[in-house]
Ligand binder design. Sequence first.
Ligand code: GUN
Length: 299
Amino acid sequence: MATIIDGKANSATVIEKVTAAASALEAKTGTRTGLAVVIVGDDPASHSYVNSKSRMAKQCGFHSLQHTLPEDTTQEALMALVAELNADPAIHGVLVQLPLPKHLDSEPVIQSILPEKDVDGLHVVNAGKLATGDLDTGLISCTPAGSMLLVRQVHGADLSGLNAVVIGRSNLFGKPMGQLLLNANATVTMAHSRTKDLPAICRTADILVAAVGRPEMVKSDWVKHGATVIDVGINRVAAPEKGEGKTKLVGDVAYGQVSEIAGAITPVPGGVGPMTIAMLMANTVIAAYLSKGEPRPIF
Ligand code: GUN
């Protein structure tokens, strides 16, 4: 049976460190760490994520701002708000929740966030720093950073000699995750929807990371005995066993059968999910430290 990698416990440790770091910065410089979260429209799942982010920011002792804009917000109005937050010295992190409503183009919005306030790590400057192996001066996308922290719990910081397979090639997750694994000396394969014989590729993995958004796609015969499995999927599916009309969350990995084969595995919920919010808080306090010329705290 696999060891369960506890995202809740690991995220609580990160949050404790973030809270202490924010408090130390305030004591030393008088600067309170500030996070602004922007949400456009009424998608209930996005609202639920954003509320959790705002709540956690307050818990960390941050100055926490939430801007809720109507569904019919224009590109210009959204860009104007980002410009205002870029110019606000009380704000160290700006996050625009994705996806945006269909009439808005997210890329120019993300690229208009100042790189030093881009706590999502999606600006080309931050993505480029990661891609060139500079992990010290930029901000790293939260879900990959959180997943990497969980990988380190199992394997330590040096992944020399280990094969890692990432399924999914998004800018938000797959690409930065691949870069982090590569930076830690893993031999990395990036797999995606056009990959031939995906199960065979996955079976080569000592570390298998699934981020495809397909409920329970990764089966036990895709997994090498003893492998570490990081499940980034959060899929809501029908759960008739809980009663009529009930739903539940499952990952991209068939947890029940894969946990018989894997050496270590993240559950859904309670695995990578809580780490994403914790790393957003970590990025925000890092941004606040850097804005004051202070050395970045390490998480
Ligand atoms: N939507 C789902 N995940 C994320 C994330 O990490 N950042 C942003 N901005 N939006 C998201």
